[in-house]
Ligand binder design. Structure first.
Ligand SMILES: [Cu+2]
Length: 293
């Protein structure tokens, strides 16, 4: 959660380009900008990931999807929450379409979604990274929260002149309210990536970071900072209690301090090679090689 801007838009293996050249960037589009074929092409592999078996078995993973949930990463299109918030009520956003989206706003008495491609998927991951009984995918849309992701809020963040200030601002309403607007499992610090919308929400945050960087690439392609360990309350909700914050620090690559540097290692749980933040600062780098449309 803390390093959302770096962790969210990870790269599936196909996104790795030939060294030195990002000549054919993958194109990240707003969900509303995709045609039905493109939406279908996105949704079908998501379900497929849930049906193919895990290679790493990380955190008790059974499927590839389990791995991505545990790792909190994937490369996807984005949910242009600012455009959708301005255009229509939350439930009318094209992302909540039963046929060509992630399911409608309908839920049963337990808060389980009842339609769309993820209606019958089940989560078994627990916050302590062990496995438990199957749980349905829950949501509870909240318009008041969605109003907090408005462009006016993002505009306040855009005025920041340092990454640290920008990250703190974007990590406030634009980030948190996106989770609360969807509700259900999206409120769970550890388990929220079970809802595929998590990845489109976080890729949107990455896009907003890139918009901010693009205003001054000379300075902002190398501007990093902020604490490198989540707060105690976040850690106790999202990490096994056997792994206190201090257990990670020696592996961060930040020289042992508590400030995030460009040398910070992003751990990929053996799903992909680890990368440093320096390697993902520029969306045109070999590692990312993407474009926002
Ligand atoms: Cu988040």
């Amino acid at each position: 959660m803390l390093k959302f801007a770096s962790l969210a838009s990870l790269l599936l293996p196909a996104a790795h380009s030939v060294s030195g050249a990002c000549s054919n960037p993958s194109v990240r589009k707003a969900w509303t900008a995709l045609n039905d074929d493109e939406k279908h092409d996105f949704l079908k592999p998501e379900v497929c990931l849930m049906e193919t078996s895990s290679k790493t078995r990380y955190a008790g993973s059974v499927s590839h999807w389990d791995e991505l949930q545990a790792l909190h990463t994937a490369q996807v299109h984005y949910w242009d929450e600012q455009a959708d918030q301005a255009a229509a009520p939350l439930y009318a956003s094209s992302i909540f379409n039963a046929e060509m989206g992630f399911g409608s706003n309908k839920t049963d008495a337990n808060g389980c979604i009842v339609d769309g491609p993820f209606a019958n998927v089940t989560n078994t991951l627990l916050s302590n990274f062990t496995r438990g009984p199957p749980q349905c995918l829950t949501r509870a849309l909240d318009q008041a929260q969605f109003n907090l992701v408005a462009q006016a809020k993002v505009g306040l963040c855009d005025a920041s002149t340092t990454y640290e200030d920008f990250n703190a601002c974007l990590g406030g309403d634009p980030h948190v309210a996106g989770h609360y607007a969807v509700g259900g499992i999206m409120l769970d610090l550890a388990l929220s990536p079970f809802d595929t919308i998590f990845f489109l929400h976080h890729t949107n945050l990455d896009r907003l970071w890139w918009v901010w960087q693009s205003r001054d690439l000379g300075a902002r392609l190398t501007d990093m900072g902020g604490v490198n360990v989540a707060s105690f309350s976040v850690l106790t909700q999202a990490q096994p209690k056997s792994l206190p914050a201090g257990a990670f620090v020696p592996y961060f690559g930040d020289g042992g301090g508590n400030v995030t540097t460009l040398n910070h290692n992003l751990w990929m749980a053996d799903i992909l090679p680890n990368v440093t933040i320096a390697e993902v600062m520029d969306i045109h780098s070999d590692v990312i090689c993407a474009e926002y449309l």
